[in-house]
Design a protein around this ligand. Structure first.
Ligand code: FAD
Ligand code: DHB
Length: 391
């Protein structure tokens, strides 16, 4: 079998790229190790930047998003038991974010795949890349016990942090930059109305808490926990008590409790791999970079990567112009690093670090108080949160 672009991974990066290439008439095959149900079932991101919403609209895949997505023009920050609002729309000339789960995005992309000519091969296992630095790159994989060979011009590794793409770049070429945080997020989903109509990011002496949602009747909450915490030790009652304490009395007064139907712990990490291109191989999304979830950037970065990559591939195939592909890594990384900085900064501002002394704690509170009183500081937060331009 032969194709122009082999896409590894049917997460947000791989599927958006598949749709963008299909629209441009570029032949591509998406190879996914898991089943559709597995990929769609993963509870992950919840907040879409304006650029991500715009791409859904551009692809004509936004019918449900327009109907069910919750547009948020502001966000809220809590500390010392009080909460202040950052009016993102007023500070950014009208920009907003939309709460619409990654699971919903994936469902919309999968549902439209067949009619748009996006070819997806599920349960493609034991994938190996061949000759990515040479003139005849290809991908080998096994499906239901049968070996397959897919020859291609290019490989887009959209295979997440634990994929095989990044590992195909030689060690003397690949540079890795990393911070592992000494805590994780314990998250739950519950069929109860959200405590507030907008998100609340809370800094509390006991640790960070986040009040989010998936719909007017479904809440998504997170609390910062130590890396040694076990999910079994967190009963629903313990979670609700801790969340209420950290959100503070003002917010917690309206907290509706109920049984959780999803509960998991995610570690926090900042990670960037450079370059994002090696020969015929292009990395996109979590395959190349990870952000701590505080800034809600992970999926949005995957989307901006593949926008840049699709544009470059179209330029190559339509205009025979290699400039886009040659500039892909630098252009994508420029935006990635800014989102890395924002996510790292917002994590530092809102979390409790084990080595924090009273001075460090006072610095956090002083910065929060400064942001509360400064339109300039709120503008910096707002323009990063709604998403920086592609440039
Ligand atoms: P993935 O979604 O990881 O997709 C990669 C795909 O490749 C997977 O389907 C995998 O099965 C497949 N694959 C891997 N290896 C192979 C292989 N060898 N062969 C074939 N297929 C393979 N982001 C936000 O923007 N906003 C948020 O609010 C947010 N909140 C989050 C909350 C949590 C708890 C978590 C865990 C993440 C959150 N994120 C958020 C991050 C976001 O979910 C990820 O950044 C996003 O999924 C990245 O998309 P991706 O397509 O690059 O990678
Ligand atoms: C959600 C996740 C985030 O990381 C974030 O910053 C905001 C919201 C969520 O899952 O709803």
């Amino acid at each position: 079998m032969r194709t122009q672009v082999a896409i590894i991974g049917a997460g947000p990066a791989g599927l958006f790229l598949g749709h963008l290439l299909a629209r441009a008439g570029i032949d591509a095959v998406v190879l996914e190790r898991r089943t559709r149900d597995y990929v769609e079932g993963r509870v992950r991101a919840g907040v879409l930047e304006q650029g991500t919403v715009a791409l859904m609209a551009e692809l004509g895949l936004d019918a449900r998003l327009r109907d069910e997505g919750l547009v948020h023009t502001g966000t809220n920050i809590g500390y010392d038991g009080e909460i202040f609002r950052v009016d993102m729309a007023a500070l950014t000339g009208g920009s907003a974010v939309t709460v619409y789960g990654q699971q919903e995005v994936m469902r919309d992309l999968f549902d439209a795949a067949e009619e748009r000519g996006v070819r997806i091969v599920f349960e493609a296992e034991d994938l190996v890349l061949e000759d990515i630095a040479g003139s005849s790159p290809s991908v080998r994989y096994v499906r239901h016990g049968e070996a397959h060979h897919l020859a291609c011009d290019y490989v887009a590794a959209c295979d997440g942090f634990h994929g095989v793409g990044r590992g195909a770049i030689p060690a003397d070429v690949l540079k890795v930059f990393e911070r592992v945080y000494p805590f994780g997020w314990l998250g739950i989903l519950a069929e109860v109305p959200p405590v507030n109509h907008e998100l609340i990011y809370a800094n509390h002496e006991r640790g960070f808490a986040l009040a989010s949602m998936r719909s007017p009747s479904r809440s998504r909450y997170y609390v910062q926990v130590g890396l040694d915490e076990r999910i079994e030790d967190w009963s629903d009652d313990r979670f609700w008590d801790e969340l209420a304490l950290r959100l503070g009395p003002q917010a917690a007064a309206g907290l509706v409790r109920g049984p959780s139907f999803e509960k998991s712990i995610a570690p926090l990490r900042s990670f960037v791999a450079e370059p994002m291109r090696y020969g015929a191989l292009f990395l996109a999304g979590d395959a190349a970079h990870i952000v701590p979830p505080t800034g809600a950037k992970g999926m949005n970065l995957a989307v901006s990567d593949v926008r840049i990559l699709a544009e470059a591939l179209v330029r190559h195939y339509r205009d025979r112009d290699p400039a886009g592909l040659d500039g892909y890594s630098a252009r994508a990384l420029a935006r990635v690093w800014k989102a890395e900085r924002f996510s790292w900064w917002f994590t530092g501002l809102t979390h409790r670090f084990p080595d924090m002394d009273p001075f460090a704690r006072r610095m956090q509170v002083a910065e929060l108080a400064y942001i509360r009183g400064s339109q300039a500081a709120q503008t910096v937060l707002a323009e990063n949160y709604v998403g920086l331009p592609l440039a």
